[in-house]
Structures are given as C-alpha cells and as structure tokens.
Design a binder for this molecule. Structure first.
Ligand code: FES
Length: 159
C-alpha cells in the first residue's frame, strides 16, 4: 500500500458504506476513485497505488479504469472545471469558436489551469446533450445551447 496517503475518517466511513453495496470490494473501484479524487484533488500514481491497496486490486486494473474514464484527473483541477464538448454536434454548432473564446477569456489553453487556480479548461467528447448543443459542463452543472454571451453570464455569476 502507498505510504503517506490515507483517507480522512469521514471518507473511510463513506468508502465502507459504498463497498458494502457490492458483492466484492473491487467492484467499488469507480466510486472509490471518485472519493480519492475529492480527497486528494487528483489521481496521482501514489493515489492509484493507495486505491489498489484499499480494494485489493492490481495497479493495472486501476489504471485501466483511469485511462478510460475522463472524469478522473491526474493533476489538481481549478475551483471551476469547465469541460467543453467538441464532438460532432457541438462542433457543428460552434464549439470550436466557443473554445477559442474560452481560451481567450481565461487566457489559458485547453488542459490548463489559470494561475489563480480558479479555472481549468478541458475539451471532452460527447456529454450526452447533442440535441441542445453546444454544451459545456461546469463542475456538476451542464449548460446547453451555449453562446459567448451565455458563457459571460455563467462566469460572471460565479463566486
Ligand atoms: S456532441 Fe456535444 S453533447 Fe453530444
């Protein structure tokens, strides 16, 4: 097990409750990774090792999951994580222009975090709202029919 890392008492209790729902510990991998990301801000190689140890899984099994699911991040994110969909429907309806707008407005490239750690900008594949494209996700909230004006309003309201 990885040295130095340990879930808080509260997170350990959450993990116990999650693991209890599954017939085997390893099946709780995805929610455990989610807890780990919240607790440690990112899924670093050390966190991967910690989670593998907690669930009795191989590192390869943990890494396989991480390489497939894009909601897990290897680096700490900003306070607000903007995920702009650039898949086909969103691209046809202006996602590339919105990406350029966000990059200019935040003064960062996709995949980067602002120096004040407030925003991380990512591009992602389909968010499942193709009928109301273009779409972005800001932390847990989805914004549809996005425009530059809409982005301004959304960002202006953030604390
Ligand atoms: S293509 Fe953007 S939400 Fe589906």
């Amino acid at each position: 097990m990885s040295k130095g890392l340990e879930f808080s008492k509260k997170t350990k209790e959450r993990l116990q409750a999650i693991v209890a729902k599954y017939p085997e510990k390893g099946a709780a991998l995805l929610p455990t990774l989610w807890l780990a990301q919240r607790e440690f801000s990112a899924i670093t190689p050390e966190v991967e090792e910690y989670v593998a140890g907690l669930l009795g899984l191989s590192l390869v099994r943990v890494h396989e999951a991480l390489s497939f699911y894009t909601m897990y991040t290897p680096q700490p994110l900003g306070k607000y994580h903007i995920q702009l969909c650039t898949n086909i429907s969103c691209s046809l309806l202006g996602a590339e222009e919105l990406l350029a707008y966000l990059k200019k407005r935040l003064n960062i490239e996709a995949g980067e975090t602002t120096p004040d750690k407030k925003f991380t900008l990512s591009t992602v594949e389909c968010l499942g709202y193709c009928g109301t494209a273009p779409v972005m996700r800001l932390n847990e909230t989805f914004y549809e029919n996005l425009t530059e004006n809409g982005i301004d309003q959304i960002l202006r309201k953030l604390p």
